[in-house]
Design a binder for this molecule. Sequence first.
Ligand code: ME8
Length: 654
Amino acid sequence: MPEKFYITTPIYYPSDKLHIGHAYCTVATDVIARYKRLQGYDVMFLTGTDEHGQKIEDKAKAAGVTPQQYVDNIVEGERGVLDLWKLMNISYDRFIRTTDDYHVSAIQKIFKAMYDKGDIYKGKYVGKYCKPCESFWTESQLKDGKCPDCGGEVQDAEEEAYFFRLSKYADQVQDLLENTSFLEPRSRVNEMVNNFIKPGLEDLCVSRTSFTWGIPVDFDPGHVVYVWIDALFNYMTALGYMNDKYNDLDTFWPADVHIIGKEIVRFHTIIWPAMLMSMGLPLPKKVFGHGWLLLDGGKMSKSKGNVVDPYLLSEKFGVDALRFFLLRTFPFGSDGSFSNELLIQTINIDLANDLGNLVSRTTAMVGKYFDGTLSAERRYEKERDDELVSLTTGLRSRYEQAMEQYAPHKALEEIFKVIQRANKYIDENAPWILAKDPQDRPRLASVLYHLLEATRICGILLTPFMPESMDKLFTQIGAGPDCRTWESAGIWAALPEDTAVVKGENLFPRIDAEKELAELEAISAAAKRAALPQLEIEPLTEEPVDFDTFCRSDFRAVKVKACENVKKSDKLLRFTLDDGTGVDRQILSGIAKWYKPEDLVGKTLVAIVNLPPRKMMGLDSCGMLLSAVHTEKGEEVLNLLMLHDAIPAGAKLC
Ligand code: ME8
């Protein structure tokens, strides 16, 4: 029986189309899953979508559809999540959606079980909530009053809610983090312990009543289950935990590894193990927190218009080249800065030059000098051959070591050392010179055979990264199924002596960097423009006003002495103003929607002071305050004109 291996990606929020950062996480997981399959493991690779929560409810409302319709479109619609994983050749075995019925009812049972145990209890939540992150924070956890994860604004939150006794598991979780290799890279352990556990783990609010798009707490209508309980247990419900849909729990739980991004390490290494401890379930063996792909120095975000579209890049450069680039360029545990230059440079140097040339030169020479089928005669030259042979035969174990440490970038580095050595070997042995002397034919056959072997072994180990291209490579170098296996990657001279090559297409064509960069630049500039708020301003008035009429309007600087809401009006603010005359002036202005009265006291504004007084809500308004008005996303936005405070009250504007 093959050994089992269970690996997961995070389940993605289908709140917007996915970008290259999401693809990075999934491709990495796919590479590890394929590597384990290559080694002979029976792999279960799970991915999916995390579809509940207020953010999705809000987005659906803005789009004028139901939340279910909204997520269905992003998951199953054209160029949605499923399409993207198909395009990127993601070999997942199972896809879970948290709106799937079996998951919903399982989560209700899990919530009830923790409640019955006393680990979930009812209380009152007072704290802060970050909508984009769907996270609750206590005052002390905020950074400068903002969400510690995304730096965004948080809202006050107070409501009746259920709590999970996270505090009860603090010591056990700290022990798990500090004394086992549960969390990797180890550098993330300190952050978890020092920032979250040592200051004191508070019980976690695990239900909401302020929105409805979630899994209902079935024994208390009005409450929906906190999205992270719903989301984290996907890793088990997808195997059949608390449901009859699947029956793989005994085979695959505990998970061998959860691959996740660094910002959700807290949920996976504190909350998740604590809940499993509460349920008396085995813990996953490892959580690996990878870094972020950054763009323009920050995390990609749709609202900034700086997301990179994996569809576009795959169409332009090929899926395998993109997969390769993501893992070759950025150390997996750290952040990396994405750029189109880097992408094109990596493809041109590593794939077109180094690997592509090795394959095309070698197969072309077997074609030219041996009519495509290598002769069996050989002449080895120890001092010329040993280095390449020993470097290549040791490759599999160096590669394995790197892959086992979740360091695919290191594994690729090892492969490219061999590819570069093989290219050098061509130059050292100059087959074109050997080809001139019939006596050197056995030597020529040996040199080309060595090159084919080095290419074959690199090809096997590159298969998890670039499955389709390596298939083509094997066909070109004449490597049959037996010569493509993990076992054969550890064996030198697996190819038949009279191996036959097949001339094929150029695996990695060179990219015209200048042309492609200009095109990508134009696309990205257009995306940034499109992300800018759509501003609308009123058309300019064409009818002229004569100069004398204009000059009769008296514009003055006025200082706000007092400001308050007008009773029974949700629009009007009542201003008491110093207009420089020594007598207070009262103006009413319909700007309560945009300003809090207390924020305006002391400000220097602009008023027209010679309008006839008007009565509003029984009060006199003597003049008008000037504002700039525009429309943004269909909503009117108003900004009061404010002057420098050094300008005295009563100063005339002309
Ligand atoms: O966090 N670089 O979903 P998500 C690298 N639903 N990785 C990135 C990235 C970037 N620029 N942007 C996003 C969630 N990711 C939850 C998970 S699991 C029980 C619930 C990664 O769609 C991110 O780090 O916001 C995370 O690991 C994954 O994409 C999903 O992010």
